[in-house]
Design a protein around this ligand. Structure first.
Ligand code: ADP
Length: 473
């Protein structure tokens, strides 16, 4: 734990394991309610001073953290692969993405201005101030265990907020490494606080009920997000919620099926499918369905699963056993209801895999609305593919989900792309682009995928309160 500028060991501990090998990596402090309250008190005590620093001071510290993160890129990526499982190359990309948020918000800190509004009364003026909301509580997930921290910490700190952060229980070591780096950058005591635990519910409850916390920012599953949002609502706290997704991908008749299959294969199997923007239902126009599947299966079979520290590995393990069991259930359900299993479909076994949590990269064809996978987030390496015939049909089916985070479209027709872009109810749309994300662009979802946006100029607004001052001169 990192509380009020010092590291605390704690009396009790929980184990952190490598998901590829089962190896015990470390024992991490199990925070008590008193520790969490101490962290909130430290953040509260530090707020006045921190919020009164100039934006140039805050920007300089964030920029320093950015430089340190780039300097420690290799070590951080190595730790991430060991703790979370993604291949080293993907971990390096994530550290770069994480650093991008530090840089972006080091710059954005200087652009919080407020505004003046003219009045109908000659002697009246309106001024709008934007001020930091106060102490921020952050809860982060394990799938992107460094970038999801900086995506919250950087805008909160840039805005002048102080923070208490609780990382996921599977990946606290990445969080500790980020906090060591921020400590080295020189953030004052109390401004950033870290509490670790393997039993997160009590922390969520303290975050939502403590008067000193003014804002909760959460990234994780929809059901935990809904639970925290309802708790936070009872105390009228502001929230940002980045929740689950069930992204459709639409491959139109004019698209090159091989190019689309390559692209969607890449994004589908990225992070072993453990991403909220992972395509979950791939709709392919019937005229190119067979060619698309051929390439998709061919590419999927070439993926090499294993320990991400080895250079030839293109897909790592799942985070835990529960994730493997969920995928086994989804495949079994789909096949029983008529899906064609074209490759994979089972856990990987053998000396390389038995100690970890591996699932074979899988392609399921002819998926229908009757199958669990059609509505339920997969969060694993299963490409669920189905054919469609008309634009109207695919638009309706793509929108047939409670989620609304990401969607993908492959077409060269501008007007078709534009129509789909307007009709699809998703917060992020990739058109011939499997990576429509950047620290400079607003990330977030609609409906059950959450509230608010992260990154871009919207990202800092989430941590600002608006104050109207009307006055007579
Ligand atoms: P996943 O199922 O992908 O692990 P979760 O929503 O369970 O997603 O986890 C995301 C984050 O939410 C993690 O930091 C986890 O510890 C935290 N979390 C899970 N349950 C609760 C809860 N009841 N209150 C607060 N945080 C929680």
């Amino acid at each position: 734990m990192y509380i009020n500028g010092s590291w605390r060991e704690g009396d009790a501990h929980f184990a952190v394991h490598n998901p590829a090998t089962g190896e015990l990596l470390a024992q991490v402090a199990e925070s008590t309610p008193e520790d969490v309250k101490a962290a909130i008190a430290a953040a509260d005590a530090a707020f006045n001073h921190w919020s009164e620093t100039t934006v140039y001071e805050r920007s300089a510290l964030l920029y320093k953290a950015y430089e340190l993160m780039l300097a420690e890129k290799q070590e951080l990526a190595h730790l991430m692969t060991t703790e979370q499982g993604k291949p080293l190359r993907a971990a390096l990309n994530e550290v770069q993405y994480a650093a991008d948020f530090l840089l972006w918000f080091a710059e954005e800190a200087k652009r919080v201005g407020g505004r003046n509004i003219p009045s109908v009364r000659a002697e009246q003026r309106f001024m709008v101030l934007q001020q930091p909301v106060g102490v921020v509580a952050a809860i982060t997930p394990w799938n992107y265990p460094i970038s999801m921290l900086t995506r919250k910490l950087a805008p909160a700190l840039a805005a002048g907020c102080t923070v208490v952060l609780k990382p996921a229980e599977s990946t606290p070591l990445c969080a500790i490494a980020v906090f060591k780096l921020l400590e080295k950058a020189g953030f004052p005591a109390g401004v950033i606080n870290l509490v670790t635990t393997s039993t997160p519910a009590f922390v969520g409850e303290l975050f939502c009920t403590d008067k000193r916390i003014k804002k909760l920012t959460f990234t994780g599953s929809t059901w935990v997000g809904k639970h925290l949002n309802s708790l936070a609502a009872q105390h009228m706290k502001r929230v940002s919620m980045e929740l689950g997704g069930h992204a459709p991908a639409i491959v139109c008749a004019d698209a090159d099926p091989h190019h689309a299959a390559k692209g969607l294969g890449l994004v589908k199997f990225l992070n072993a499918g453990q991403a909220c923007i992972s395509p979950n239902r791939i709709f392919v126009h019937r005229s190119i369905y067979v060619s698309f599947l051929e390439t998709m299966v061919d590419r999927t079979k070439k993926l090499i699963a294993g320990n991400g520290l080895q250079t030839e590995i293109s897909i790592g393990p799942l985070i835990n056993e529960a994730a493997v069991i969920k995928l086994e259930r989804q495949v079994e359900d789909a096949v029983a209801k008529g899906a064609r299993l074209l490759c994979g479909g089972k856990r990987l076994t053998g000396p390389t895999f038995d100690a970890g949590h591996f699932f074979a990269p899988t392609v399921l064809a002819d998926v229908t609305e009757q199958m669990d996978i059609y509505y339920e987030e997969t969060f694993g390496p299963i490409a669920a593919v189905l054919a469609f015939d008309t634009e109207e049909e695919v638009t309706q089916r793509a929108n047939d989900t409670d989620y609304g985070l990401a969607a993908y479209i492959y077409t060269q027709q501008f007007s078709l792309a534009h129509r789909l872009m307007e009709k699809l109810n998703f917060g992020i749309i990739g058109i011939n682009d499997i990576n429509p994300t950047s620290a400079a662009a607003p990330f977030g979802g609609m409906n059950a995928s959450g509230l608010g946006r992260e990154g871009a100029e919207e990202g800092i607004q989430e941590y600002l309160e608006t104050k109207l001052c009307g006055y007579l001169i």
